[in-house]
Design a protein around this ligand. Sequence first.
Ligand code: SF4
Ligand code: SF4
Length: 277
Amino acid sequence: MSDENITAENILKDRPRMMSGDQFTFRCGHDLDCFTSCCCDVSIALTPYDVLRLKKAMRLESTEFLEKYTIPLLSSQQKFPVVILRMDSETKKCPFLSESGCGVYPDRPWACRMYPLGVAAPKKPTPADQPFHFVLRESLCHGHGLGPAHSVREWLTGQGVEEYEMMSAPFQELTLHDFWDRETALTPQQVAMFYMACYDLDRFRRFVFESRFLELFDVDEARVVALRSDDEELLEFALQWLRFSLFGEKTMKIRREIVEAKRQAEAQAGAMVAKEI
Ligand code: SF4
Ligand code: SF4
């Protein structure tokens, strides 16, 4: 059976669950008649770390990268904005596809590294319901059944997936937070905050350094220095700020003088009300 119309329900119900030692037989290469057909007319959602790697590979600022190569999506079924790779409007090819294959191969997105493996992860894993991998079998891909055999673990290691999963873990935790079960929809301002912090990192950097941000938040001096040039550090910081702003978690520290000024203002307001009574 081909997987063109596969649904999450089918995967959870019918799909053989592969663990890290389980094997599958697959080969990909220039010599196959399907070479690069998986890079056309495909919907690839980018993680914040994918965007970070790709914008660096293209030597672009995040805003320009996002405008040129992605489409932002926020439908009524989604709780937060996502970005997908923008296929060429005429040829339907991935913008990074060249004659010889992927033009951003060392920095290709997580989804491209995984293919033809997929992963299904229950929101709250139990001993009986653990995350698992499965093989996607699409008719366009002719590499199935051609040797050699790979274990899931070997495939993930060979494709550099582990680094991407490690760097994406804080984002994944953010997207699995209980907050999304409670809230119906983000406000337009929250959507803009989410988009900037997760995807438009260079704009978030300007927000940190060119607004009153560092007057409000107490950020360790060494971290402030790192945030100026280290994108990975900046992404981690941006996600902490989102958790503070959206979930109300204590992931950021407000400066003592700001807290004290607020406390005094509230005390003064309370005193005025008491006088009038
Ligand atoms: S990023 Fe590379 S591997 Fe992924 S779809 Fe584009 S050309 Fe193909
Ligand atoms: S369609 Fe499958 S075998 Fe062909 S290039 Fe893409 S991943 Fe490789």
